[in-house]
Design a protein around this ligand. Sequence first.
Ligand code: KMH
Ligand code: ZN
Length: 279
Amino acid sequence: STPRPGSHGTLITVAPTGAEHAKADVPNLPVTLDELVSTAKDCERVGASMIHVHIRGTDTKPTLDLGLLKATVSALRAETDLVVQLSTGGAVTDPEENRLRVLEAGPDSASCTMGTVNFGDDVFMNRWEFIVELHKRMQDRGIVPEYEIFDLGQLTSLRRLLDQHGLPAGGHVHVDLVMGVPGGMPGDTETLAAALRAIPEGATFSATGVGRSSIPVMFAALSAGGHLRVGMEDTISYARGERVRDNAQLVARASGLARIAQRPPLTPDEVRKVLGVQR
Ligand code: KMH
Ligand code: ZN
């Protein structure tokens, strides 16, 4: 099969925080701006080229506060060369208007989840009209989306979105398969292969497996010419019975595996080229 764009190397995204883990349960979770910037620098040093950002308020709870999002984007730009991707998924309780407002913080990239999914005991709601609105606003603002795929039917929705509303900013389609969420697709090789059959022609993909599916998904994605997302948003155990020390530990492992696969980490500038992110 033809190589996917950028598949000579590996885009490693770090998702350091997420919205689901409580700081009280996971004390090494980066939640303040200082902690986030310091994590970002450590992860960049060991091979990350993009960061998927959820922020927390002073109470350590998830927030979509616009001022704090803007401060986060500028601090990450000042202190790192990473491609800055803000989550528009937020937490399952965030209203649509707050999720749309995230784009006003002016990130390089933002996530765009392609459908509603059961999410553990919760529902992660992504109505069609909301997805279309997010896609159009990103086109208008020149923000490059990463289409988050939690289940296979969401790839059909992605094709429908592109057919009806055109290519995203940057002209390139990049998807992230988020596998192993209870309620979504499982994190295994067979499912990843099925997802690849449904991904739009010419698109690149990364994959992450939550919890114990982290390692099988990493191997499957690397062998299929895909890219990787790792981080404490998705995984807080490093091995059976061993907690993750920090995000850089996960990025370093991903970089090592990518090198073994002869697909070494891409630099942030190489990733900008692949994804169509403007400086
Ligand atoms: N926190 C989840 C409900 C995204 O960042 O776009 C959604 C999520 C996806 O993490
Ligand atoms: Zn996220």
